[in-house]
Design a protein around this ligand. Structure first.
Ligand code: MTE
Length: 328
């Protein structure tokens, strides 16, 4: 994985969420009430092109949510500004601030998720059906990237297991693969700036996918996902390094063999299929013992990384018999 120098936001620059959303609503209102001439002057085709992607998303998109018993408590949430401007989404650029700048053109409607492979019958789910399929829960999770930084994110979604049951996988299905949106005319940065073989692919063993913590995710901070965070639907697997959490998924495939995954294909020595957060197994090029919490200044003490990112009680039994000192 490319390691870029992270951009640090001084705490004075972090806008509280309400203020941020209000500012965006103001912008939208201002546009509606006559900034059209400005668009023409600036040479923009559409007014919406003047507004940043996150502004568009946060206009009128509040989701109806319920609190989740599976939320992590007692940790300070990472600010909306950091969650939406410090991203890994290589299809839209490899620098952390690029997805926020470039992902606005991701076409999130219409959107469908195709289900195929070892299922009773292949199906296609429309995104609006998925949004209503189960009550949307507010779930706070720690988010640990393999690059040794972390955040605490209030996601919105429901357990992937709910969706999988509806997919009716056959008993021969041992793994589930997620394939994500890729169109080289739209997310052209992926082709221009990386040698990755697109689309992005990730996978989980069936029992991992069925674990209640694995979240089919539609939003964060109570709103729909900003494009740069994987709109309109992504996976979040909180006990694994962040790259296991595929963004903007369009295909869910049930298979009998471990599927090929993007980072493993790039460099199997550095990125295993399992990639559980594990402070005892260093990445070949850096330590995984500690992490930098995004939003805190560089001089702040690094945090000790927790085994399974602190979710061992819920997931350790999935790996009975595996030697946890090894990189899988
Ligand atoms: N999904 C796609 N399609 N493309 C990506 O580049 N990056 C992964 C993961 N999912 C990635 C992806 C990595 S490395 C991480 S750490 C997380 O998304 C980052 O999610 P975030 O930007 O919402 O924090």
């Amino acid at each position: 994985m490319l390691i870029r120098k992270p951009s640090e936001f001084p705490s004075s620059a972090i806008t509280p969420k309400d203020e941020y959303i209000n500012r965006r609503r103001f912008l939208r209102g201002a546009v509606a009430s006559g900034l059209g001439a400005g668009a023409a002057l600036l040479g923009a085709d559409r007014l919406v092109d003047l507004i940043s992607p996150s502004a568009r998303v946060f206009a009128d998109t509040k989701l109806q949510t319920v609190k989740s018993p599976l939320s992590t408590s007692g940790e300070q949430l990472t600010s909306l500004q950091d969650i939406t401007h410090y991203n890994n989404y290589y299809e839209f650029g490899v620098e952390k601030d690029k997805p926020a700048q470039n992902a606005g053109i991701l076409p999130t409607r219409p959107w469908a998720v195709q289900v195929d492979g070892l299922v009773k019958k292949p199906k296609t789910y429309d995104i609006d059906t998925l949004l209503k399929f189960r009550p949307l829960e507010d779930r706070v999770y720690r988010h640990r990237c393999v690059e040794a930084w972390s955040m605490v994110i209030p996601w919105v979604g429901y357990s992937l297991s709910e969706f999988i049951k509806d997919c009716e996988p056959l008993s021969t299905a041992k793994y589930v693969q997620f394939l994500t949106f890729y169109d080289k005319k739209i997310d052209k940065w992926g082709t221009q700036e990386t040698s990755i073989f697109w689309p992005y692919s990730e996978g989980l063993r069936m029992d991992e996918a069925m674990n209640p913590l694995t979240l089919l995710t539609f939003g964060l901070y109570g709103d729909v996902l900003p494009n740069q965070n994987g709109a309109p639907v992504r996976i979040v697997v909180p006990w694994k390094y962040g790259f296991k959490s595929a963004k903007s998924i369009v295909k869910v495939r049930f298979v009998d063999k471990q599927p090929g995954t993007t980072w493993q294909q790039q460099n199997a020595r550095e990125y295993g299929f399992y990639s559980n957060v594990n402070p005892t197994v260093d990445h070949p090029r850096w330590s995984q013992k500690t992490e930098r919490r995004i939003g805190q200044p560089f001089y702040a003490q690094r945090r000790t990384t927790l085994m399974f990112n602190g979710y061992g009680e819920q997931v350790a039994s999935l790996y009975n018999g595996m030697d946890l000192r090894k990189n899988y």
